[in-house]
Design a protein around this ligand. Structure first.
Ligand code: C5P
Length: 304
C-alpha cells in the first residue's frame, strides 16, 4: 500500500459577504446578540495558500495588508491551530493570504480568511474532517466564519453561526464604497446597545418578502427589503457615512445600506451598467476611499 501523498501547496478562494438583512435582538447573557442574519456572498475574494513549514507563519499581500496582524492573533492562524489541536498534530504551516476583501470593513474578510485557512490546512494535512466538523470549528472561530465556508446565501440564526442555505434566483449587482479606516464590530454592537437602551428590542426575524426577493432574483424587491439594524449604530460612530449613502442613492442605486457593522457601504444596482454608473459617481463624490463592483451570489470556500 502506498502512503497518502502530502500536497506541496493548497490554495483556497473565499468570498466576501454583504448582509441583505441584519436583524439584531437584545444582548444575550454571553454578550452576543441573537440575530436573523441573511448573508449573501459576493464576488470579492481573498485567497489563502497553505504550504508545509517548520513553524506556524503568516504572510500577506494585497490591499491594506499593513492593517492585519501577521501573528497568532490573525484568525487564519487560530483556524490552523484549532484544526491541528483537534487532530493532535503540530500547526506547522505557512499561510499566505492574498487580500482583496476590504479590511475591517463589515464584509467578513477576516472570517473568510479563517474559513479558507481551515479548508486549506484540512487538505494539506489530509485530516479527513467531515463538512459538519469543519462547520463546527468555523463556529468556534467566529460568528461569520461558517458562512465563509458555505457561501451562496444563507440565513444565520443564533449569533449568526447556525446556517440554513437559501435559494437565489438570479444575479444581483452591487457597488461597495470602502471608507477610510475600519470600525470595530464589538464597538458597533455596544453602540447598538446604547441606542436601544430602555426600549423593547423585538425578536429578530427574517422578512418573508426579503427571502422571496432573493429566491425570485428580483433586485427591485430586494432593494425594498434591505435592512440593517446595525446601521444607526455605525452611522452614530461614523456620521460621514451618511454622505456616501446619499451619493450612491443620488447616482441611481436602487438602495443603499451599511454592510454589516460597517464602515463599508453597499449599493444595489438594477443591472451591470447601472452598477458601473453608481461606481463612477461614488468615485467622483470624494465620500469614500475606494469603490468596488461585484456580483452575487458567489460560491463558498473553494479549493483552486
Ligand atoms: O463572533 P465574532 O468573533 O465575529 O464577534 C465579534 C464581536 O461582535 C463579539 O465579541 C461581540 O461583541 C459582537 N457580536 C455580537 N453578537 C453577534 C455577533 C458578534 O454581539 N451575534
Amino acid at each position: 500500500m502506498t502512503a497518502p501523498t502530502t500536497p506541496d501547496a493548497v490554495t483556497v478562494r473565499v468570498p466576501a459577504k454583504v448582509n441583505v438583512q441584519l436583524a439584531v435582538g437584545a444582548a444575550r447573557p454571553d454578550g452576543f446578540h441573537g440575530l436573523a442574519n441573511v448573508f449573501l456572498a459576493v464576488g470579492l475574494h481573498d485567497e489563502v495558500t497553505a504550504t508545509p513549514s517548520d513553524t506556524l507563519r503568516i504572510t500577506a499581500e494585497g490591499h491594506d495588508v499593513d492593517q492585519i496582524p501577521l501573528d497568532r492573533t490573525n484568525l487564519a492562524a487560530r483556524a490552523a491551530e484549532l484544526l491541528a489541536a483537534r487532530y493532535g498534530i503540530e500547526p506547522h504551516v505557512h499561510l499566505h493570504i492574498t487580500k482583496d476583501i476590504p479590511v475591517a470593513g463589515g464584509m467578513a474578510g477576516g472570517s473568510a480568511d479563517a474559513a479558507g485557512a481551515l479548508v486549506a490546512c484540512d487538505a494539506l494535512w489530509s485530516t479527513g474532517a467531515s463538512r459538519a466538523e469543519l462547520l463546527a470549528l468555523c463556529a468556534e472561530l467566529g460568528s461569520d466564519v461558517p458562512f465563509g465556508l458555505v457561501g451562496g446565501a444563507a440565513l444565520g440564526r443564533g449569533r449568526g453561526e447556525l446556517l440554513n442555505p437559501l435559494t437565489v434566483g438570479g444575479t444581483f449587482h452591487w457597488v461597495f464604497a470602502v471608507a477610510d479606516g475600519g470600525l470595530s464590530t464589538p464597538a458597533v454592537y455596544r453602540e447598538f446597545d446604547r441606542l436601544t437602551e430602555g426600549t423593547e428590542v423585538p425578536e429578530p426575524e427574517a422578512a418573508p418578502e426579503l427571502l422571496a426577493a432573493l429566491e425570485s432574483g428580483d433586485a427591485t424587491a430586494l432593494a425594498a427589503a434591505l435592512a440593517n439594524d446595525l446601521q444607526p449604530a455605525a452611522l452614530s460612530l461614523r456620521p460621514s457615512l451618511a454622505a456616501t449613502l446619499d451619493a450612491g442613492t443620488a447616482a441611481g442605486a436602487l438602495a443603499a445600506l451599511v454592510s454589516g457593522s460597517g464602515p463599508t457601504t453597499a449599493f444595489l444596482a438594477k443591472n451591470a451598467e447601472a452598477a458601473r454608473q453608481v461606481a463612477a459617481a461614488l468615485s467622483a463624490s470624494g465620500t469614500c476611499r475606494q469603490v468596488r463592483v461585484a456580483d452575487s451570489p458567489a460560491p463558498g470556500a473553494t479549493l483552486l
